[in-house]
Design a protein around this ligand. Structure first.
Ligand code: 13P
Ligand code: SF4
Length: 305
């Protein structure tokens, strides 16, 4: 049954049309934000939509690096964030100077970087990757001797174990995903013995090793639809559960830990979306020089998968 729109939601819908805007929301956004979005998805899905949309304005409800990626892929569009202060602590754990130094220490290495990086860092990469395609990207680098993989040391560990490649990693991590502990998985399994455990590769290796499946958020959505299991324990940021429940009303989803909340993902609200559409602010734009170099790493990723 279709839900009645609130006054605020009607205003957002009208203004969105007037501005020729599209609202993109990451899977971790608040339910009220997911409800007014044209598309919800993971970073890879949202990047693809940003690259192909015919809208003139992209309202990006997520964190800063995601809006930057949209701007890199769609430089002719106005990309705005309803809350410009929504950053990703993991992306801030490495800057371009630090990566340049690492490259000097390993001059032969091919450089792979998680999409959770700033545009300046992306400009220093050979390949970008997301949690959906990180294994495929590293598997495609058959002939290179050394691979640098930044910034998430736990994603690097997971990719290394699943490709058999030794990776030169960075000491970055996601402060939200590391809140999910092995004892959380043990406890939830005891409460829900028939549930499948699915976790994000940003989780601690001890948590990853306990899971039935290790998946990005879009892969989790697909898994939830396709599996015969009726119950799932979800080891990622809690925001995804709203979407999983909406898409699969006959199934049950339990957060592995209620503490896995990304505060930056919760900064965006419906009020801020309306304000962003009214003011056409805050713009996220990447300089041409950085954009062109960063784009190469993203395009190389999109060519692989
Ligand atoms: P996804 O690529 O799975 O959307 O993950 C992005 C992210 O920030 C996870 O914490
Ligand atoms: Fe960054 Fe972690 Fe938040 Fe994802 S969940 S945006 S990696 S801090």
């Amino acid at each position: 049954m279709k839900r009645e729109l609130s006054e605020l939601e009607i205003k957002i819908k009208e203004l969105k049309k007037k501005r020729n805007a599209v609202i993109l929301a990451h899977n971790y956004q608040l339910p009220e934000v997911q409800d007014v979005a044209d598309y919800c998805g993971d970073s890879l899905e949202l990047s693809r939509i940003a690259a192909t949309t015919s809208a003139k304005v992209i309202v990006f409800c997520g964190v800063h690096f995601m809006a930057e990626t949209a701007s890199i892929l769609s430089p002719d569009k106005l990309v705005i964030m309803p809350d410009i202060h929504a950053g990703c602590p993991m992306a801030n754990m490495i800057n371009a100077e630090q990566l340049k130094k690492l490259k000097v220490e390993h001059p032969k290495a091919v450089v792979v970087g998680y999409v959770n990086t700033s545009a300046e860092v992306k400009a220093e990469l050979d390949y970008c990757c997301t949690s959906t395609n990180a294994i495929a990207v590293v598997n495609a680098l058959k002939d290179c001797e050394e691979i640098i993989f930044v910034p998430d040391k736990y994603l690097a560990d997971y990719v290394s174990k699943n490709t058999g490649r030794k990776l030169i990693s960075w000491n970055g991590l996601c402060p939200t995903h590391i809140k999910i502990l092995p004892e959380d998985i043990k406890r939830e399994r005891k409460f829900h013995p028939f549930a499948k455990v699915i976790v994000h590769p940003e989780c601690l290796p001890a948590v990853v090793s306990m899971a039935d499946a290790v998946l990005s958020t879009s892969q989790m959505s697909k898994y939830a639809k396709e599996t015969e299991a009726k119950e799932m324990i979800i080891g990622t940021e809690v925001g995804l559960i709203y979407k999983l429940k909406k898409d699969n009303p006959a199934k049950e989803f339990y957060p592995a830990s209620e503490r896995a909340v990304c505060p930056n993902m919760k900064r965006t609200t419906q009020e801020k979306i309306l304000w962003a559409l009214e003011e056409l602010k805050e713009e996220v734009r990447v300089s041409d020089e950085i954009r062109q170099r960063a784009r190469k790493a993203i395009d190389r990723m999109l060519e692989i998968c």
